[in-house]
Design a binder for this molecule. Structure first.
Ligand code: TMP
Length: 213
């Protein structure tokens, strides 16, 4: 893979979208990207046209159409397989950079720790759907669950967000475990926005400097 792959993970309401937009504006003029390389901003679920249809099925279905946990897992895996094959891999192979709002760490945390599905099965599916690609940097936005709930009070919840506090606590613990196992970059998400932006920029700069050595 010639390009760079940056991923943002964390519980709902952790503030990753704001910071993804900041990084997307900053990176092309940062001097870090090679001449001619493009930056692709994408997300899961929903980084492709098919993925957008799957996103609707996953998050905005009426109750009577709600997927069972295993079906939910397979739909997220299908979204990822399409996303990797049609968007992420072609971009990285060209030398472009990709920023993805969520990737396979979300499945381990939500479907593994949240839904309590078998972690080994999820890791096997991860390998199939990702074709083995691993992010260069994963930023984990670590936000207390209570703060996530407060921040989302005025928003309408999607099907996963509506699962409630106990589920969300399990997901948050899942993220903490996966972050430790996979050596993700922890971002303290309740800090002031400018401080978070700076930390992200410093991490990318440091990563690029290490690559050059
Ligand atoms: P978003 O609103 O941050 O784009 O995330 C969509 C929702 O889907 C969010 O509640 C997390 C959930 N999700 C999973 O449960 N498993 C996954 O693999 C992914 C990518 C997202």
């Amino acid at each position: 893979m010639k390009g760079n792959f940056l991923v943002f993970e964390g519980i709902d309401g952790c503030g990753k979208t704001t910071q993804i937009n900041q990084l997307t504006n900053w990176l092309p003029n940062s001097g870090l990207m090679p001449e001619g390389a493009m930056l692709h901003l994408t997300r899961e679920p929903g980084g492709t046209a098919l993925g957008n249809a799957l996103r609707e099925l996953l998050l905005n279905t009426p109750k009577e159409m709600s997927p069972e946990p295993l079906t939910e897992l397979l739909l997220y895996a299908a979204d990822r397989a399409q996303h990797v094959s049609a968007v992420i891999l072609p971009a990285l192979n060209k030398g472009d950079w990709v920023i993805s709002d969520r990737f396979s760490g979300s499945t381990l945390s939500y479907q593994g720790y949240g839904r309590k599905l078998n972690l080994d099965l999820i890791k096997q599916l991860e390998l199939i759907a990702t074709q083995g690609i691993v992010p260069d940097i994963t930023f984990w936005f670590d936000l207390p669950v209570q703060e996530s709930i407060t921040r989302r009070k005025k928003r309408v919840s999607d099907r996963i967000e509506a699962e409630g506090d106990i589920f969300l606590n399990r997901v948050a613990q899942g993220f903490a475990t996966v972050a430790r196992e996979r050596n993700w970059t922890r971002i303290q998400a309740d800090l002031n926005k400018e401080i978070v932006t700076k930390k992200l920029q410093e991490t990318v700069i440091e990563y690029c400097l290490k690559q050059k050595k």
